[in-house]
Design a protein around this ligand. Structure first.
Ligand code: MG
Length: 354
């Protein structure tokens, strides 16, 4: 079968290699090539044009409500976090609803109220939007697109000054995936896999002991604190679809460096680990909605860790590894002493998690 005869599958929306090749081979072919500071083909978490960070994100999580969150909270936090990880402060969102015929109005209102709460938490406002309705089918009740803009802050400038103190020739104006260099440390802000398993438990009616909840949360205030009070951050991602494995591979590939992580340092809740073992899943490949992967100059890594651990959302943070030029790609020093390659997942094993 030639490529022209192929169809979209669920894997095309699951992060990982299949989705990335869809974006590279199709979307970039038509929309790439704009002359802006951080263009589409950088495939970073957001674009930068005229000093404004711009991001658009559609949310099709199924079911609409799950332990620890709902589609409205993800719709706000997802876009806010993609803007925040470039070092910008998000301030306004646009929101497009596609509602499915038959969605209970009380569910719609519950989603709106959750979005309002999350907006307040993040300090952003929804300022424009649109509502459409489609016939009953397989939409899962509603799909939400949120786009947002963010701006530079004093904290970002201060952070970049700190980086320049430790790294000569550093010229980047934003926190970018391509900024990692040898010796940088990699921090993860907390336990991984919680969100994907919380959604999976709602999809499949599994309880996993009833304690696994989504981590979905806007992280922009935490990011600004790190930039302002510590500094030295060079690269950052929110490890959503495809999980930590996908995020680390993107950083490594775009920066042209190797990343070595230590298995015993990667924070995973015991119940998440047990559920993953039971289902044959790898927590490294499972999506998160309230976590940061941070690349920081080594001189500032301990301080960044300390600040993270003093916060509610960062209390389980760890320095999980470092940047090396000994190899390319991502490798993990395992508990038993060997090294294993962490490759980019084909796609997140849990469908429609965001
Ligand atoms: Mg992202």
């Amino acid at each position: 079968m030639s490529e022209k005869d192929e169809y979209i599958t669920m894997l095309h929306g699951a992060g990982g290699t299949v989705m990335h090749s869809l974006v590279k081979n199709y979307v970039l072919k038509y929309f790439g090539g704009s002359d802006i500071e951080v263009p589409l083909e950088a495939l970073d978490d957001a674009a930068v044009i005229d000093d404004i960070v711009l991001k658009s994100d559609s949310h099709a999580v199924k079911p609409l409500f799950f332990p620890g969150g709902d589609i409205g909270r993800i719709a706000v936090a997802g876009t806010v976090n993609d803007i925040a990880v470039l070092g910008a402060e998000p301030y306004a969102l646009a929101c497009g609803f596609i509602l499915e015929e038959g969605l209970p109005l009380r569910d719609f209102e519950r989603i709106l109220a959750s979005m309002q709460r999350t907006c307040r938490e993040a300090g952003v406002s929804v300022v424009t939007g649109d509502t459409k309705v489609v016939e009953k089918g397989n939409l899962g009740g509603c799909v939400i697109n949120t786009s947002g803009i963010g701006r530079r802050t004093e904290a970002l400038e201060r952070n970049l000054e700190v980086v320049k103190k430790y790294r000569s020739g550093f010229e980047a104006r934003w926190i970018l995936d391509s900024n990692l260099r040898k010796g940088d440390r990699i921090i993860v802000s907390g336990t991984i896999g919680d969100h994907g398993l919380a959604v999976l438990s709602a999809q499949e009616g599994l309880s996993f002991g009833g304690k696994i909840r989504s981590d979905v949360k806007p992280l922009n205030r935490l990011v600004q604190r790190l930039l302002n009070e510590v500094g030295g951050l060079v690269a950052m991602k929110d490890p959503t679809r495809g999980g930590l494995a996908d995020a680390l591979n993107e950083l490594s590939e775009k920066s042209g460096v190797g990343v070595l992580v230590y298995e015993d340092k990667i924070p995973v809740r015991r119940d998440v680990q047990a559920a993953c073992e039971m289902l044959g899943l790898d927590p490294l490949e499972i999506g998160n909605e309230g976590k940061l992967v941070i690349g920081v100059v080594k001189e500032k890594a301990e301080e960044a860790l300390e600040l993270l651990r003093s916060t509610e959302e960062g209390r389980d943070a760890e320095i999980i590894g470092e940047v090396t030029l000994e190899f390319s790609g991502v490798a993990m020093q395992t508990l038993v002493g060997g090294r294993r390659i962490i490759s980019r997942p084909v796609g997140d094993p849990v469908p429609r998690i965001c």
